[in-house]
Every structure is written in C-alpha cells, then in structure tokens.
Design a protein around this ligand. Structure first.
Ligand code: CTP
Length: 227
C-alpha cells in the first residue's frame, strides 16, 4: 500500500441498509451499520481513487474527498449505482433489501377491529450487484459481500458464480465480534481459484487490506493497468 496507489481509478462503493416503506411511518429495514462500506470508501479516497459512495440511510459522516449519494430504498440504490457507472471497481457492501412491499400505503395502516393479523405482500427487488456485473459498462472488478450465518464458503462461492463476480468478501454474522453493528470484522475473500482470510481487524484496517487485494486482482485481470 502506498499513499496514492489507487490514483487514476474510479471506485464505486455501496454501503448501509435500505429501507422499504410500508406506509408513511413504517418501513422494513435491516441491521447494517454501513461502517464497512464507509471504511472502504474512506480508504479508497485516501489512496487517491476518484470515489463515489452510494449510501443507504445511516447517520455516518461523509468521508473526506468522497462523492456521496444518499438513497433510502433498494430501487433508489439501484438507480444511483447505475447512474454512477462507469467505474473501474464496484464494491457492493450494502445490505440491500431482497423484498419490498408491493404497494406503499399512502396513509398510515390502521388496526382492523377483530383482526389479529396483518398480511403484507412483498416483491423481489432488483439485484444491484448482479446487474452491475452484466452491465454494458461493467467495471473491471466487481466485488460482492456475503453475510452468512452458516455454510459461509458454500453460499459465498454460489453468489460469486451466480452473480458473475470477480471477488466476494464473506463474513459470518450472528457471532460476537464480527458482522453487523460491530467496529471489527473478519472476512474470507473468495475468487474463482483461490481465497484469502482478512482480519479479524478493525473495519478501517480491513478496508485497506481488501483494497490491497483489489489492486492485486486488477493487476491479474486483463484491461488497462492503473496509472
Ligand atoms: N445485493 C444487491 N442487491 C440486492 C441484494 C443483494 O446488490 N437486491 C448484493 C449485496 O450488496 C451483497 C451481495 O448482493 O454484495 C450479497 O448479498 P446477500 O444479502 O448476502 O445475499 P443475497 O443475494 O440477498 O442472497 P440471500 O439473501 O439468499 O443470502
């Protein structure tokens, strides 16, 4: 790692959760803090990359020298990420909702007398990462994240292949000291013929280690070399 080893590269990062609105006062969200994605964007900009951060609803401060685009829903994240292409590298660290309400109620949903249940109809969201990976302006390196509670390598390698990624950084969630809402994390990064364990370390340190690996894989990938 050197001070400006990412100069000349445009790095696009997504971070945080998405909120899918049910009605004007309620939404479906998740426990992503956004810290990993923000740490990656911060490190990329510090190392000289032209860095765009598409951020879900988190209250984290914007890293220096990063162009930040705030979004709320999975659909908005999809639109903002596509609008930010082309990029040399896409790192999808956001925890994008997989489902969203079929319809958002424009008025607050009220309890119905005599009814103890409420049924919400949800529909699949578009997969931002998979769509970036098959985009006409596909970044040279497309990096996904996989948060798993079990069978980490199996599920992560499945996503690597199915979403046509170059790298996938997997972490185990639901254990102390790693994953959502933590300052530390440990990642197992997989690519088609190899893998590397990063951490356990602070997310800020892991971000630099992941970017070191991104540079290594870029050097091994056909295309213009970083300047
Ligand atoms: N992802 C995305 N758009 C979605 C869903 C997921 O871009 N609509 C991305 C995430 O940013 C992450 C990767 O896909 O980089 C894996 O997300 P994850 O939630 O672990 O997996 P899913 O594909 O949603 O699969 P599952 O929920 O079945 O584990």
């Amino acid at each position: 790692m050197s001070a400006t080893d990412l100069a000349g590269l445009r790095v696009l990062v997504s971070a945080g959760p998405t909120y899918e609105d049910i009605d004007p006062v309620r939404f479906i969200g998740n426990r992503s803090s956004g810290k990993m994605g923000f740490a990656i964007a911060c490190a990329a900009a510090r190392r000289g990359a032209d860095t765009v951060l598409v951020a879900g609803p988190v209250s984290l401060p914007s890293p220096d020298a990063v162009t930040r685009v705030n979004v709320r829903s999975a659909a908005q994240m999809h639109e903002a990420v596509m609008a930010a292409l082309p990029a040399d590298v896409y790192i999808g660290a956001a925890a994008v909702a997989d489902f969203t309400p079929l319809e958002m109620s424009t008025s607050k949903i009220k309890k119905k007398p005599g009814s103890d249940t409420l049924t919400l109809e949800l529909v699949r969201t578009a997969d931002v990462l998979a769509d970036v990976a098959v985009h006409a302006q596909r970044p040279r390196l497309v990096v996904g994240f996989a948060a798993e509670t079990d069978n980490v390598e199996g599920y992560a390698r499945g996503k690597l292949v199915n979403k046509k990624l170059d790298l996938i950084a997997a972490n185990r969630v639901g254990v102390a000291g790693s994953g959502f809402e933590c300052d530390d994390n440990a990642l197992s990064v997989f690519w088609h013929d190899d893998e590397r364990a990063l951490g356990p370390a602070a997310k800020t340190e892991l971000a630099d280690q992941l970017l070191d690996l991104v540079l290594e894989r870029l050097a091994a990938t056909p295309g213009p070399a970083p300047t």
